[in-house]
Design a binder for this molecule. Structure first.
Ligand code: APR
Length: 227
């Protein structure tokens, strides 16, 4: 039985990492156009890096939630793959090995000049904006910003997995950002049993075979016997 899981910021909310659109949402405090866009970075890379330094510091202090750990444990016992929109790396820190990151990873940097990418987990990064260790060029966070295309390989793999899933779990996403938000519908059309876990309703809710109005950990515990 192939289980595919799509996660969003909600699964990390239980680790204390604020979501984007909830009442405590990150975007509430900042205009995304000022921070998570190529234009903002071109305009003032230092300001964008200050925001990312702050987010990296917050994520470094966070621990994987019980929900992250349940998924890591399930991966060891079942045919389970995780597709995440999150860039925090908490699935991997919980022990998950096969994680598809659709929106990149906040711990990886990418040089805008020579395109090299590598992990740099120093908190905080000094001398902003940081420079490439290979060519001295300008480094950016290796994450997908608004208006940018997703990594092609990861996206194709995510579509393939979603179309082959027997059970498709949607945990902690408002399902408003495409193309990630299309994956539950790809799974549904392909005959998967779609189970949503989210304290709030989302556009996926009417199509889910089961939609649990609970948090990630509580909701996962409730469906474990069905997986
Ligand atoms: N457990 C499960 N879900 C939760 C919890 C919780 N404890 N707390 C909040 N949620 C739900 C909210 O109800 C909301 O539906 O998590 C969802 C978070 O939605 P968003 O903040 O929109 O996050 P996400 O769906 O991951 O955003 C997608 O948008 O900003 C871009 O690139 C960014 O990856 C992000 C993408």
């Amino acid at each position: 039985m192939r289980i595919v899981v799509l996660t969003g910021a909600g699964i990390s909310a239980e680790s204390g990492v604020p979501t984007f659109r909830g009442k405590e949402g990150l975007w509430r405090k900042y205009d995304p156009r000022d921070l998570a866009t190529p234009e903002a970075f071109r305009r003032d890379p230092k300001v964008v890096w200050e925001w990312y330094n702050w987010r990296r510091e917050m994520i470094a202090k966070a621990q994987p939630s019980e929900a992250h750990r349940i998924l890591a444990e399930l991966e060891r016992r079942r045919d389970l793959r995780i597709i995440t929109q999150n860039v925090d790396g908490l699935h991997q820190r919980a022990g998950s090995k096969k994680v598809i990151e659709l929106h990149g990873n906040i711990w990886r940097v990418r040089c805008v000049i020579c395109r090299v990418r590598y992990y740099d987990e120093r908190v905080p990064l000094e001398d902003l904006p940081p420079k490439c260790k290979e060519c001295g060029g300008l480094l950016r966070p290796d994450v997908v910003w608004f208006g940018e295309t997703l990594p092609q390989e990861e996206l194709e793999e995510a579509y393939r997995l979603s179309s082959e899933a027997d059970i498709f779990l949607v945990i902690g996403t408002s399902a408003q950002v495409y193309p990630a938000a299309e994956l539950p519908f790809v799974a549904k059309r392909s005959g998967a049993r779609v189970i949503e876990i989210n304290p709030e309703e989302t556009p996926v809710t009417p199509y889910a075979d089961l939609s649990i109005r609970k948090g990630a950990t509580e909701g996962l515990r409730e469906v474990l016997d069905q997986l």
